[in-house]
Design a protein around this ligand. Sequence first.
Ligand SMILES: O=C(CO)[C@H](O)[C@H](O)COP(=O)(O)O
Length: 226
Amino acid sequence: MPNFRIAPSLLSADFARLGEEVKNVIAAGADIIHFDVMDNHYVPNLTMGPMLCEAIRPHTTAPIDVHLMVKPVDALAASFAKAGADIITFHPDASDHVDRTLALIKDAGCKAGLVFNPATPLHYLDHVMDKIDMVLIMSVNPGFGGQKFIPEALNKIRMVRQRIDEYTAQYGGEIWLEVDGGVKVDNIAQIAEAGADTFVAGSAIFNTPDYAATIAAMRAELAKIA
Ligand SMILES: O=C(CO)[C@H](O)[C@H](O)COP(=O)(O)O
């Protein structure tokens, strides 16, 4: 069975109690904190900046996975690396120089990844497979939590899984395949079957009264995958 990781998105957490929410959701069995950064320019919403990342950093030793939905990318990527991010992903269509942005993130000591919106072509992976630690497939259009999973994302996940497997079989290393948007207890197994190993879930976890029960239910679904 692959090493499955559950990454609750703070987008649906109680922003007035973020430190507590971070602690609670990790204690409930989550692996990673997913931190959504929206700039009201690349996406039509405004969320959290590096100061909030720095503020939650002392509340957990779990990796903080920063998803930059911003344009331009580089200055904020550097600020989030300083603020304690472990993983920084960005949208290649928002960066003028994808290779340079990846290098900036890696040089700052973080893992780096590319994010693909539902309509972003995968050719951005062509010359950078050796520089990425993660591919994040958006299964909704970015900007808001609580949207419905777009089924076409499953085909894209399968294509990326094949690409990662072929690359790592030849060159070694590890590249995580994360999926974000509309992930729920009742579709997580199907998403895993398509090839994802890391699952962002916002509303599905934070909008339930018992985080541990929801995460356990997700893991029970994932355990059904051979
Ligand atoms: O990046 C995002 C939206 O841009 C969110 O992480 C994502 O939508 C998670 O929310 P939910 O699980 O409620 O769909």
